[in-house]
Design a protein around this ligand. Structure first.
Ligand SMILES: Nc1ncnc2c1ncn2[C@@H]1O[C@H](COP(=O)(O)OP(=O)(O)OP(=O)(O)O)[C@@H](O)[C@H]1O
Ligand SMILES: O=P(O)(O)OC[C@H]1O[C@](O)(CO)[C@@H](O)[C@@H]1O
Ligand SMILES: [Mg+2]
Length: 464
C-alpha cells in the first residue's frame, strides 16, 4: 500500500506526481449522478464515484502484475483500449508487468499468457478486431480465479459486453471470498449499446457511421429502380440503438424496425400498407431492420426450436431475409412490379477500426480504468452523463439498456421517417406505466391513475 503526497497551488486542482507524469487528482468524494433530469421533490437518486487519479494509490508500481482479456463479439476500438491499458500503465504508473489473456475467459486456464509492452502494442489501434482474440462461453469462475491466484496477478482488466460484465462480477465475488488483494476493472464493450447506466459504449459511433455506407447503397439501388426497395439489416439483438441512430443520421430511411417496437405486416396501419403508400408517393423506399426485430413474427411463420450460442444467447432467425420474401410475396399478390435489394453489412460494421471520436473515448476509458485499479477499486468504468465514473458491477448487470418507445428519441425518429408507430393509444399508455413503475416515479398529475388515486384519498379523508 502506498500514498503519494500532493503538490498544491491555490488556483489549480491538486496534482499528484507519480512516476513520469503529473496528474490532476480526482477528489475521492466527487460523485456523478445517474440521473440529471429529475422531477421536483423526487429523491436524490444513485450517485457513482467519479473516475480519475487518486491521491492515495493502493499498489506499488513494481508489485503490479496486470492482465487484459477481451470477451464476446467484436467491436471497433478493442485494440485501442488494449493499447492504452498497456501504455497507460507503463507511462502513468511505471507498471511494466502486463499480460494478455488469449481468446476470452477460457484463455485464463487454457492458453499461455502473452507479455505485452508499449512497443508490442504500438500500432494495434489501427486494426479492427482484438489482437488478443475473443470467444463466447468458457467462463469457469473457479478455474479463472485459481489461475489469477497461481500467477500472482493483482489487476484484471476485462473488456466485454453485458455477459462479460456478469462474468467479471462473478470473478470479483470469488476474489473477495478468497480474500485476495486483486482489483477487477470491467470496461464495457458492445456495439449494440445495450449496457445499462452508461451513456454509450465505445465503438457505437463507428458502427453507426459505417452503417451509413450500407444505407447509402440501399438508397442508390432503390432509387435507381421502379418501385425499388432497399432493405438493410443492422445489429441489435435486444436493443435497436444502431438501427435508430443510423436511421436518424441518414435521413434516407423511410422505415426503421427495432426489437422494442413490435410491428405487424397486414391490415390497416401495418407495414405492407405503408410500403404501398410510400412507393406510390416516392417510387422507392429504404427500410432498416435491427436483427432482433420481428422475431416473434418469424417464429410464428417458421416454427424452429430455439438455438443458443456458447454463452447461452439465443441465435436469431434472419429477419432481413424473411422480410424480403414476405414483401416480395405481398407485392406479387397485389400484381405490383417491384425490385428489392437486401443488404446485410452485419460483420462489416463491427470489424473495422474505431473512428477518431471512439479512439479518444477508448483512451479515456482505459485511463479511468487504470486509475481506479491502481487505487484498489473493483468496478465497471463508464461515462455517465458526460463524466467518467466507477460503477458497481451489479448496476450494469441487472438490467439492459433499451430504446424507450415512449421517449422523445423514438418520437424524433417517427417524425423523421413518417412511418407508422404500429402502436395503439393503449399500447403507449401501457408502455409508459411499465416505465413509470420500473423507475418508481410518481403518478403524473392529470393522468387517469392520478385522478383515481386523488379522488380516493379525498373520499377517505371525507369519511374520517
Ligand atoms: N451470467 C454469466 N456469468 C458468468 N459469465 C458469463 C455470464 N454470461 C456470459 N458470461 C461469459 O461472458 C463471456 C461473454 O459473454 P457473451 O458471449 O454473452 O458476450 P457479451 O460480453 O455480452 O458481448 P456481446 O453481447 O457484446 O457480444 C462469455 O465467455 C460467457 O461465458
Ligand atoms: O455472430 P456472433 O459473433 O456471435 O455475434 C453476433 C452478435 O453480437 C452482437 O454484435 C453483440 O451482442 C449482436 O448484435 C449479434 O447478435
Ligand atoms: Mg451480450
Amino acid at each position: 500500500m502506498s500514498s503519494t503526497s500532493p503538490i498544491t497551488s491555490p488556483n489549480s486542482p491538486l496534482f499528484l506526481t507519480h512516476c513520469k507524469i503529473t496528474l490532476p487528482i480526482q477528489l475521492s468524494n466527487d460523485t456523478v449522478p445517474e440521473k440529471v433530469v429529475v422531477q421536483k421533490n423526487s429523491p436524490r437518486g444513485v450517485h457513482f464515484r467519479r473516475a480519475g487519479p487518486r491521491q492515495r494509490v493502493y499498489f506499488e508500481p513494481e508489485d503490479v502484475k496486470a492482465c487484459i482479456v477481451t470477451c464476446g463479439g467484436l467491436c471497433p476500438g478493442l485494440n485501442t483500449v488494449i493499447r492504452e491499458l498497456v501504455c497507460g500503465l507503463s507511462h502513468m504508473y511505471n507498471v511494466n508487468d502486463v499480460f494478455g489473456i488469449q481468446n476470452g475467459y477460457k484463455g485464463f486456464y487454457s492458453s499461455n499468457y502473452l507479455r505485452m509492452t508499449p512497443k508490442s502494442v504500438n500500432d494495434i489501434h489501427k486494426r479492427g478486431g482484438t489482437v488478443l482474440g475473443s470467444s463466447r462461453g468458457g467462463h469457469d469462475t473457479h478455474k479463472i480465479v485459481d489461475n489469477i491466484q497461481d500467477r500472482g496477478i493483482n489487476q484484471v482488466y476485462i473488456i466485454g459486453g453485458d455477459g462479460t460484465q456478469k462474468g467479471a462480477y462473478e470473478i470479483f465475488k470469488e476474489i473477495r471470498r478468497r480474500g485476495l488483494k486483486v482489483a477487477v476493472a470491467g470496461i464495457p464493450k458492445t456495439i449494440d449499446n445495450d449496457i445499462a447506466v452508461i451513456d454509450k459504449s465505445f465503438g457505437f459511433d463507428t458502427a453507426v457511421e459505417e452503417a451509413q455506407r450500407a444505407i447509402d447503397a440501399a438508397h442508390v439501388e432503390a432509387s435507381s429502380a421502379e418501385n425499388g426497395i432497399g432493405l438493410v439489416k443492422l445489429m441489435g439483438r435486444y436493443s435497436g440503438f444502431i438501427a435508430m441512430y443510423a436511421t436518424l443520421a441518414s435521413r434516407d430511411v423511410d422505415c426503421c424496425l427495432i426489437p422494442e417496437s413490435l410491428f405487424y405486416l397486414e391490415g390497416e396501419g401495418g407495414l405492407f400498407e405503408y410500403i404501398e403508400r410510400r412507393l406510390k408517393e416516392n417510387n422507392h423506399m429504404v427500410i432498416v431492420v435491427a436483427e432482433g426485430a420481428g422475431q416473434d413474427l418469424i417464429a410464428k411463420s417458421i416454427p424452429v426450436a430455439d438455438q443458443l450460442d456458447a454463452s447461452g444467447n439465443k441465435l436469431l432467425l434472419d429477419v432481413g431475409l424473411w422480410l424480403t420474401h414476405k414483401i416480395k410475396d405481398h407485392c406479387k399478390s397485389k400484381k405490383m412490379e417491384m425490385t428489392i435489394k437486401y443488404i446485410d453489412p452485419t460483420y462489416m460494421i463491427r470489424a473495422i477500426p474505431s473512428n477518431a471520436s471512439d479512439n479518444v473515448y477508448c483512451t479515456l476509458l482505459a485511463h479511468s480504468a487504470i486509475h481506479g485499479a491502481m487505487a484498489g477499486y473493483s468496478f465497471t468504468v463508464g461515462m455517465v452523463n458526460g463524466r467518467h465514473a466507477y460503477i458497481p458491477f451489479h448496476r450494469v448487470t441487472s438490467t439492459r439498456s433499451k430504446v424507450k418507445i415512449t421517449d422523445r428519441m423514438w418520437a424524433r425518429l417517427l417524425s423523421s421517417t413518417n412511418q407508422p408507430s404500429f402502436l395503439s393509444k393503449e399500447d403507449i399508455m401501457e408502455a409508459r406505466e411499465a416505465e413509470r413503475l420500473a423507475n418508481r416515479l410518481p403518478v403524473p398529475a392529470g393522468s387517469s391513475e392520478h385522478t383515481k388515486k386523488h379522488s380516493a384519498s379525498v373520499l377517505s379523508n371525507g369519511e374520517k
